[in-house]
Unconditional design. Structure first.
Length: 344
């Protein structure tokens, strides 16, 4: 096994971005299930319209990826994360280290098409929990933070968090990713880091709606602030540390994702405000906005646990129940909040 070769599992926009960041410090092998994409990366050194360094090569073999790389970064949509980890699991061993960059949830033992759905913590898995369930890998971490792919591809400076229970994983993540343009911080609260990264996507859908309606920065600031309150209530109910939501992977990622037109979640909300339906938007984009699925899952979770989250409920009603936009905004502006910081 080549210790200087690091793997990336997934060649979407963020997978390619992580590969570029890693390529500043090491050689990279990136996996794609599409032979034409593998050929483009290996022969043209490009993917999705962006050029890639020549020390990034590609493979369509999961066995080769696991055989040649001890450290692997799974960067996959949450909807296919478990399936892909199951596929590669036969080639993984306890000596492997996996640091994922997926911001979403896996759902188990629940059929969302049934009426009166209730979701408990036991039905939701973070991606690190999926890795632990599907593989023999013990040293698991996650990469999370304000990581807008387009800005990172253009070389803009940024920061992120590598979280893990293991100091070794945090150090390895730092050594592989840290550079003059990309600052890496560490955290032992892997659950909180994963939850902050997944939950903030819901708020970004909402700020996209505000942007699409042209309601201005005052309402956007109000929405982000009250949204942070809901993220903390949900996160702590799921077992996370409250302080993590005030760090780089929490409020830092929330601000970036909820205010940028480069965010898929923001753009989903923006187009929703312009009159497009959920199905229309999803049929026209290459990569899904994770926040849309997260809104559905968290709606059922907060209903079951009676958590006071009017923003989540409004977004769910808009997307999944065709609730009028104007009525949702009026509802939130008139919601009976009286204490400002009531979640500490």
């Amino acid at each position: 096994m080549n210790k200087k070769l690091v793997g990336v599992l997934g060649a979407g926009s963020f997978g390619s971005t992580v590969a570029r960041l890693l390529a500043s410090n090491t050689e990279v092998l990136i996996y794609s299930r599409k032979p034409e994409k593998v050929k483009e990366i290996n022969e043209q050194h490009s993917n999705l319209g962006f050029s890639l360094p020549e020390n990034i090569t590609a493979t369509s073999s999961l066995e080769e990826l696991a055989d040649r790389c001890q450290v692997i970064f799974p960067i996959l949509p949450s909807s296919v994360f478990r399936e892909t980890l199951n596929d590669i699991s036969q080639f993984l061993h306890p000596y492997h280290i996996l640091i994922h960059g997926t911001k979403g949830f896996d759902l188990v033992k629940v059929d969302l098409d049934r009426p009166f759905v209730k979701i408990s913590r036991s039905n939701l898995r973070t991606m690190s929990e999926v890795i632990a369930e599907e593989t023999q890998v013990k040293r698991i971490g996650c990469l999370s933070g304000p990581n807008l792919s387009r800005e990172l591809q253009q070389g803009f400076p940024a920061s992120s968090v590598v979280a893990s229970e293991f100091d070794e994983v945090i150090q390895i993540g730092h050594d592989l990713l840290n550079s003059l343009q990309f600052k890496i911080y560490g955290s032992h609260d892997i659950l909180g880091t994963e939850l902050a990264g997944a939950l903030k996507n819901m708020i970004a859908v909402g700020t996209g709606i505000i942007g699409g309606l042209g309601l201005g920065k005052n309402v956007e600031a109000f929405f982000i602030t009250r949204g942070l309150r809901e993220l903390i209530l949900i996160g702590t109910a799921m077992g996370a540390q409250e302080k993590t939501f005030f760090g780089t992977a929490g409020i830092g990622d929330l601000i970036a994702t909820a205010t940028s037109k480069d965010s898929r979640n923001y753009n989903f909300g923006y187009r929703l405000a312009k009159g497009f339906t959920k199905s229309q938007i999803e049929s026209e984009i290459d990569e899904l906005a994770e926040g849309v699925r997260t809104i559905e899952l968290i709606h059922h979770f907060t209903q079951a646990h009676q958590i006071d989250v009017p923003i989540v409920e409004s977004l769910y009603a808009l997307i999944y129940r065709d609730f009028p936009l104007e009525d949702a905004i009026t509802y939130l502006l008139n919601y009976p909040f009286s204490v400002d910081v009531d979640f500490l």
